[in-house]
Design a protein. Structure first.
Length: 171
């Protein structure tokens, strides 16, 4: 895996560079987090810029506030969509991770709920952040998506403690 890291001042430039690759079929949009995704696999560059601007401070003292990190697998590397999505999971909230993994596996909520042996409304509440899963469901998620617990629970140091407390409160 080759990483290319660049720093600049043009948010549009960084998004347009990647958007062009995606829209020409030379790249793939696997997961989005808090930016619009119309589900076509194409990127609306202008919409993405507007979505990103919501998270950037209006007054910046930094000359070059945009960091662009590009992970480019070697042509011989064969990573699945789920493996690439797992790489993207770092620093995402638990509920966003479930949704990202589900989308990368090309499953709808009902299909994942069936694999987890839970009701679709239960999954929906987990994906919306209104419900923490039991340890049993975390284990099923690990099995379905072939990920380790750290990849699911690393959004904060308290994740494991929160999950354990949730389990204690259920019984």
């Amino acid at each position: 895996m080759v990483a290319r890291i660049s720093i600049g001042s043009s948010l549009y430039g960084a998004l347009a560079y990647n958007g062009k690759k995606i829209n020409e079929g030379k790249g793939k949009l696997l997961v989005t987090n808090k930016i619009f995704d119309n589900g076509t696999g194409k990127m609306d560059i202008h919409r993405a810029v507007e979505d990103f601007k919501c998270y950037m401070p209006v007054q910046m003292r930094t000359e070059k506030p945009v960091i662009h990190i590009s992970l480019n697998p070697h042509p011989d590397d064969k990573l699945t969509d789920v493996e690439l999505a797992t790489i993207a999971l770092y620093n995402m909230k638990f509920n966003d991770k479930i949704k990202a993994l589900r989308k990368a596996a090309h499953m709808n909520q009902q299909e994942l709920a069936d694999k987890l042996h839970i009701h679709v409304t239960h999954l929906s509440k987990m994906e919306n952040g209104h419900l923490l899963p039991s340890i049993d469901i975390v284990q099923r998620l690990m099995k379905v998506f072939a990920v380790i617990a750290d990849n699911l629970l690393n959004d904060s140091e308290d994740s494991v403690v929160e999950l354990q407390n949730h389990e204690l409160n259920e019984h």
